[in-house]
Structure formats: C-alpha cells, structure tokens
Design a protein around this ligand. Sequence first.
Ligand code: AHR
Length: 851
Amino acid sequence: MFALLPFGLFAGTVVQPDSAYLIGYSEANGQGGLRFAWSVDNDNWYAIGDNFSFLNSDFGAWGGQKRMFDPYLYQEENGRWHCVWSLNDTIQQFAHAASDNLYEWDRQAYPVVMDAPGNVLSPEVHLSGQAFLVSWRSDGPGAEGVYQLQTDNWSDFSTTEPAAENARRNDRKLIEIAGKERFGNVHRVAWETVDDLIKHYEWMQHHNAERAETMAEDPVRFAGLEALTAEITLQPDQSKAISDKLMGIFFEDISYAADGGLYGELIQNRDFEYDPIDKKYNDPNWNAQMAWSTDGDLDWEIRTDEPIHENNPHYASLNVTGKNAALRNLGWDGIPLQAGASYDLSFFARRPDGRGTLTARLVAPDGSVLAEQRVRSIGKSWTKLTTTFAPERGIDSAQLELRFDKPGRIDLDMISLFPQETFMGRKNGLRKDLAQTIADLNPKFVRFPGGCVAHGDGLANMYRWENTIGPLESRVPQRNLWNYHQTAGLGYFEYFQFCEDIDALPIPVVPAGVPCQNSIMGGHGQQCGVPMEDMDEYVQSVLNLIEYANGPADSEWGKKRAEAGHPEPFNLQYLGVGNEDLITDIFEERFRMIYEAIGARYPEITVIGTTGPFYMGTDYEEGWELARELDIPMVDEHYYVPPGWMVNNQDFYDKYDRNGPKVYLGEYAAHLPGRPMNVETALSEALYLTAVERNGDVVEMTSFAPLLAKEGKTNWNPDLIYFTNTEVKKTVDYYVQQLYGQNAGNEYIPSQVNLSDGNRDVRERVGVSVVRDEATGDVILRMANLLPVAVTASVDPAGLDLRGSATLHVLQGDPTDRDATPTTSEIELGSEVTYEMPAYSFSVIRVAAGK
Ligand code: AHR
C-alpha cells in the first residue's frame, strides 16, 4: 500500500522500501536540466520536486543554448553515475558529467565526435570491459546511422566509428508522471538513493526560501517585536590580523563605463570603427558613420585604403563640393562643456588633392557658436593636427563641427576632444568627477578590465592587453560583448596609471585561454579554448604583461611602458587568470600552462584563480579543487545574491580552511526583485561585510560589482554608481562601500553579542565587527541593524580604552529608500559605551587613538 503513496508521505515514518525504481529525464524542449522520478512498482511514478533540476547543461550561452535532451544514466559497480545527453540536433558534440550521488556533479565534457553535418542524438553509455562505450544516432544528411566510441577517462576518446543498431541497449522507456509522458532509462536503486535526492530537493527548497526573505515581510516576521538591547563584549585578547586590502573596486567596461563614461573622450566613434557586429547586426543604425552627421555641400563615405594604421582601418573620406560643408559629431548624446574650461581637439587629416584648412567649432543645439578655431596645414599625407577650445559658455549638449570651405577630398580619422581638466590632469585621462567618486571609496585595489569583458564571448573577442597600449591610433578597437564598441582608449597603461593615481594596487584579469562560458559568437562557449598550438604564444603574452608592468625600462615590454611616460614599474603584485569560467578539462589544461609559466618566471606574482559564477555548484567545487591541487594562492569568487542569502549565510567563510588558498570576493551584490539599490540592499551588504571582515584572515579582498553604469545605457542593474554626461549619482550601497573603505582596519577584535531576543531571525539581523587600524591606532566599531526596531548596545571594551571623542557615521532609512545618505557627527564616549542603533541602520564609530 505504502508504495502508492506520493513523495513526502514517508517522511517521519520508518516505513520505507528497500529499493525503488529511478528514472532521469528532461523536458521535451531541453530546458530545465535533469529531472528525477521514482516508483516502487515501475508503473506508478512520482516526480522528485516540482520541476526541479538535479543537473543543468552548461554548454553554450545562457538562454536558448543551455539544453539537455535525452539524458541517459549509467551506474558503475562502484556506485559512480555517468550521465550523457544530447546538446541539440545540429552540433557534433555530446555532453557528459559524473556524480557519486546524482545531485553533486563533476565538471562537464563536450567532446566533438562527429563531422558536420552529422549530429549526436539519443546518446547512451555503458561499460564494455575497462572502457566506456558511448553510442548515439545521427540523422544529419549523409551521416545517418548509429555511431560509437570508447573512453576510459572522459578526456580522451577513441575515433568515432559506425556501429550496428544492436550495439545499443535502447533501454529508454516511456513512462507517465502526473499525466505527462517522460522518456528515460530506468534503474533499480537502493531507497537511500531516492531518499537522498528527496532530501537534497528539500534542502534546496529551504535554501531558496531563506534566499527569498526580504524586508517586505518584516511587518509579519517581526510583528510585535519591541526595541531590543544588545550586550557587546569586546575580546581584544583574541584579536587577529586581517587583510589590509579588504575593500577595492572592480572596473568593467559595462553599461558604457569606459567609452562614454570614465574615459574622458567627448567624441563618440572618433575612430569610425563602429561596426554592425558590435551590436550583433541587430541595430541598422550602428555603423562606421554612427554619431556623425553632415551638412551642406558634401557627401562622404568610409574608406579603408591607406589608413593611419592597420589596426584602425576605417576613416571618413569627405568629398566637399562647395563652400558650405560641415561634419558634425554629437558626442555621447551631447558634448557637455563647462564655461572657462579648455578642451583639446586633435585629429588626423589629409587632403590627397592639395593643401587646405578647416574651421573647428563647438556649437550649441540652436547653432550658436560656443568656440571656434581655424586649423591650417592639412597636407597630402596623414598628419595629426591639434587646437584648443575655451568656450565662454557652459552647456550640456554641444556638438563638434568641422567646416570646410574649399572643394575637394579630405580624409579624417581619430577626431578627439578632451577636457584638459581630467582626473589628476592626465592626458588621455579620465572624467574627473567620476574618477574622484571612485577615489573617494578609498579602494585598496582595482580589478580590471572585466568580468566578461576580460575573457570575451568567443576567441576573437578575448581582451588582449597588448592591443590596448601605445599610440591611440595603433590600438585595436573591438566589439564590447555588452553590445557596443570599445575604443581601447582606456587601455592597460591608463588602468595602471589610474591605480597609481588613487594609490590602489592594480589587479588585471587575463583570460585563462578560454572565453566566457556563455559565448555565442564564434563557437559554443569556452569549449573552443585557444588552440593548443597557439597556447605558447598566449602564455608569452601573459608573461609580457608582467614585464610591461614591472620590467626594467630597457626590457622589451618595460620599454613600451617607459615610452608611454612611465619608466618606473607599476608595482604589479596580483594577476587574475580567468573570470568565473566553466571549469572543464579545456580550461584546466590552459590554466595550468599559464599558472606554471608565471610561477616559473615571476614567482613573486600572486595568481588569482577562478571558482565560477556562484557560491556553490560544479564550477565552485571544481575551481576550489583545482586551486587546492595546484596550490593557487588565491581564488576569485563571484556571487550575486538576494539580501536573504546574505542575512542567512554570514557563516559562509567561518567554515573555510585557514591554510588553503585565500579568497578574493571579486564580484558580489545584493539583488532584490526588480534590482533596485536601496537601504535594504545596502544594509544586507553592510551586514554581510561584518562577517567577511571577521574572516579577513581568509578573505583578502572584496569588490562590489558592477561599479559604473550610464543611465539609459545600462546592461546590468544594480550598479554602485550611476551617471549621466553631467551628473554622478551615488547609490545607498556606495556609502556602505565608502564607510568600509574609509574606515579600514587590519586587526580584527572579536566580540560577543548577546541580544535581548535570541531568536535566529532576530540574531541574524544584527552584525557587529570591530577592527583596529594599525597605521593610526584608531578603533572602528561597525554595527548593522537590519531590524525594524532600535537596538541599544552596551559595549564592554574589556580593557580597550574607547573614551573620548569619536566620529559617528549613520546610514539609515526605510528599506525601500533609494536616496539615503550617511550622517556624520562627533560624539563623546565614556568608559562604558552605550549606543542606540536605529532601526534599519548601519553605524560606524571611529574612535581616534591617543586621546
Ligand atoms: O559584473 C557583471 C558581470 O557579472 C561580469 O562581467 C561577469 O564576470 C559576471 O557574470
């Protein structure tokens, strides 16, 4: 009788079958991964979970491509499971993953086993002697039939051969679950196997429920909760050293963060290199003439013959037919000008038909001229010409106008307009207000240039650092995978210089020889890693980067740095290799090569490995395993999570091995539904950072992500800082980063917190961390209160002298408030410190030493 009871009814009873039937299957459209159902009679089936996936296919780009068709399960005698599945009906690969328990799966492999137009349908696997025999069907035209190969390690595969139909087991079976037909192969397993899957599903439900907790439910969750007290006892005798570079930034050219953003260039498409492919051919207006317009007696075209530089092949060729002709650039939706400021115009020009002049102007939308300069000496060959504007009137949306009064052909390229007032006055520099807003975070390091921008979405799109140095006209512009154009004007030299200017360590990230795991351009994901025959060259390029940063000014690459104006080294200490990559054999092979070459040539460089885009799962586990095996000094973890995860996982790093690789939490942010930045996200990050700081002996660095986003151009929300052409808008979360960054410590002083309400829900929403800054001797107390009631804290300093004046910063507001800013005041502390944390607040008390 019990055998007919649906899943869940065994819970709490001792009545369990010894064994059951188990089937693995996928949805007909391939979406949703591997599902399981069980049965005790091989007739009545019960799904485990509600459309729950126990294994997802990681092949190809998110969205349409990550599919699993016809999964087939095989269990070895030692209990190990293998799953093979078809990826789609067009490609020549199948997928494999193995597991000991059917819910924690090792890395996936996607061997190419057919020539086009063959395909891989309905694969199956079993052991034949010592080797696994994989067989499948193909219905590709001309390649119809059954095929097979052998492997004993899932890395090396024998040559594919045609096989007989009876080489296959063909033991998939059609069953029905809740009225729906499902197709898969059935296994008889011990009941524990099913029970473990059920428990895993239930655990995930619990986990997801915790993740989903938001402050919107607080009126119910904390109904009747009164103001609380907290006794906080410091334990200075147990203090420990923590990282002195916990707070940094991660800069990626996403949401127009670089071109049109931090990079000071005011001309859009200055190089005429915009290409329809930048937008994957989805925007009919996106081409090499984008952002430019003409007026009067001229027609123009984009030419590529005899360009200024082969890396910059396109230029504008104007055929002026009269005396009233103009070419205009509208900037990044307008050129903002400040009255009294100076702007440097530069461009390359030639007049193949003879010498000439032009008039350059800054004009207002109504056509009035704000500044004007005559530029002479345009000769027959490419020459760089410069002039400076000093408009007397400020305006948000000027245009640059180049006027021609002599008929004939004129070629133009690299038309650039820069404010002289850049951050730190650098040539080719950064937008001052944005750079200053970043500097005000007091970041100890800068990770750049991505993110996904670093490894690109296909081999051709990998960010190659050497393409971004040298004269601007010789740099290699490219498609930005976030759907726009990258000039590389903000290149490696500028990144290094910015780090130096804000006294932050540079942390470049180079691709690990594989593109993004969601690549869609030029191949399915990173399974198309850099070909092995090109890897030596690629590894050398990574070594060259280190020489460029740190090598003597007379070394091959150090010389290029010196030529750019920086003979001194850039003090590169860390190098990220890879960005949340899919951990496959293809990845590992390439990562090892790069890692070992750096270790051999530059052992002083700390390589930062990668552990995928999530805090759990295959890439996280495999990335960590590889890090431990190779003794990688540090790994980069990424997780964008709901506030509920941060509240409920403050012990995440408490469990980490103190002697293993260190952690760089390179990308994180609290994501609420709808992705706002508000007091709730800010406070959950503040709370979580108290726990990270407690683990500052393991977590060496953290950086919120993404950093910058231009309004109206956002690829991703939320971001730490939004901006327009003229405004910088700090988010509530920015202030949390700033309060940590400007009040950093390098010694952690543990504390005991006894709340007057000991319920877990309540306890988890109050976080305290106390640090001392060795340089100043100041003690910094941070208190995050995510409760809807005030908490009055009595702090027992346990021997620490906290008396005297202190600076108090409080960030507080309604959870949905997007505009809260911190207040700062001076307070007096007595021998016993009492402080009331307001409801929904983050407080930082900085106690100056020696008073
Ligand atoms: O921060 C935005 C993106 O998130 C990064 O490019 C990538 O690393 C992550 O997936």
